[in-house]
Design a protein around this ligand. Structure first.
Ligand SMILES: Cc1ncc(COP(=O)(O)O)c(C=O)c1O
Length: 434
């Protein structure tokens, strides 16, 4: 039964409760989950959905992975929470050991654990400022770094992330990022960064540069070849800390533990989150030991950081991320997804571009392939229609005209085929209505 055909159901009742009880500012869809496994979830009406969103990139290992669930149960019998600053525990160290193994380069590296991606970004900036004794931060067009004060200040989309929430954090400067589909390549973007360092802020005042190797929320823009290398070179020249924000692109999403390692550079700091917890809230920062150790004792931390249950889940998730067989499987999975999306693009003229890396892919929708006029209404309609047909997909892009695909890497061929068929049919149905 399609969701919009249901009369007064439990979903409608709960939706009314949601309107009454939950703050409006949290975007939601009219769907209440009963259970989920692998790449599928079932709602309280018994309707099954194929999940192409994966908790926004948090479920690379799928819903309720058996080993993660078992580790959570085992840890829950021992202790739930300590606060790491009061009583330490080994699972925290085991997560750090594995997270450090994900950081490219010879090291030595160190780690710290927090709760969310935004908190990882906050801490990385704090560490970079402390280490350099400087204040300014350079970020990029299309960036998304979270919803905290620093996170939203670094983020490049005003609505809905910044509008009405000012004043934003000071000393933030934004440079162009590669977007070849709309005319910005490596040379233009790097020239833009150089311009910022001439016209807006002197390099001697810059603490950090932060960039996502595949910009996620901003539209799934992969770094073009030479761009990250150029940024890292500039940072090394001027003593700026280079931060790779891998919250969405890391953890096997693009085939390797970190996405940046494909360019053979060693970032000073990396922010991690989302899928590192196998579905539990945990995030972290790794980095060169001399940078990570600059801050005085007590300068970093928090009540819940590195919660033991989340650590137990993260140990299992990280073991999979570090497994070469899983890495190869992720590469093959990404290639399959891309081929499937490109086949759809050959039949659906409103797809202007298929882009991304590995299994981190999106389609950009346009009204016309010549003019490339963004088709934001079409993206929204497609997402809505897909949901009524049993597929969860999500938008992206500063222009709100992209649809992202973040299928759990454990999805079966059947999940992918069925989901892609619904995506194509929904695109065509939406094109007929907008
Ligand atoms: C690249 C990036 N950084 C930071 C964040 C913020 O993470 P969180 O929502 O866990 O705070 C996100 C979330 O989507 C992200 O994609």
């Amino acid at each position: 039964m399609a969701i919009d055909q249901r009369a007064k159901t439990r979903t409608a009742e709960l939706q009314a409760e949601r309107e009454r009880l939950v703050a409006r500012g949290i975007a939601t869809s009219p769907l209440f989950v009963e259970r989920a496994h692998g790449a599928r979830l079932t709602d309280i009406e018994g309707m099954t959905y194929i999940d192409f969103v994966g908790g926004i990139g948090t479920l690379n290992g799928g819903h309720t992975p058996e080993k993660v669930v078992a580790a959570i149960k085992e840890q829950a019998e021992l202790y739930l929470h300590q606060c790491y600053s009061i009583a330490q525990y080994e699972p925290y160290l085991e997560v750090c050991r594995r997270l450090i193994a994900c950081h490219p380069g010879a090291g030595p590296h160190k780690a710290l654990l927090v709760n969310t991606g935004a908190e990882a970004v906050e801490n990385a900036i704090k560490i970079a400022r402390y280490h350099t004794g400087r204040q300014s931060v350079i970020c990029f067009e299309n960036a998304f770094h979270g919803r905290t004060l620093m996170g939203m200040s670094l983020t490049a989309k005003a609505m809905p992330y910044k509008k009405g929430f000012g004043p934003l954090a000071p000393e933030i400067y934004r440079a162009p990022a590669p977007y070849p589909y709309r005319g910005i390549g490596t040379a233009e973007a790097l020239a833009g960064v150089e311009r910022v360092l001439k016209s807006q802020v002197d390099p001697s005042g810059v603490a950090a540069m932060i960039y996502e190797p595949v910009q996620g929320e901003g539209g799934f823009h992969p770094a073009t070849d030479g761009f990250i290398e150029g940024l890292v070179e500039l940072c090394a020249k001027h003593g700026i800390v280079y931060i790779s924000d891998e919250v969405q692109s890391g953890m096997l999403r693009t085939g390797t533990p970190s996405c940046i390692e494909r360019w053979g550079v060693e970032p000073d700091l990396i922010t991690w989150g989302k899928s590192m917890g196998g579905g539990m809230p945990i995030a972290g920062v790794t980095g060169k030991a001399e940078i990570m150790d600059s801050v005085h004792v007590g300068g970093l931390g928090g009540t819940y950081v590195g919660n033991p249950i989340s650590c137990a889940a993260a140990i299992v998730a990280l073991d999979e991320v570090l497994d070469p067989e899983r890495q190869a499987a992720s590469v093959a999975f990404g290639a399959k997804l891309r081929a499937r999306l490109e086949a759809i693009a050959s039949r659906v003229p409103s797809i202007g571009e298929v882009r991304g890396l590995g299994a981190m892919l999106a389609i950009e929708l346009v009204e016309d392939r010549e003019t490339k006029k963004p088709a934001a209404a079409l993206a929204a309609k497609t997402i809505e229609i897909a949901r009524t047909r049993g597929l969860l997909i999500m938008g992206a892009g500063v222009l709100s005209n992209c649809i992202r695909v973040l299928v759990p890497l454990v999805a079966t061929d059947e999940d992918v085929e069925e989901g892609m068929a619904i995506l194509e049919a929904s695109l065509l149905a939406a094109s007929a209505t907008v």
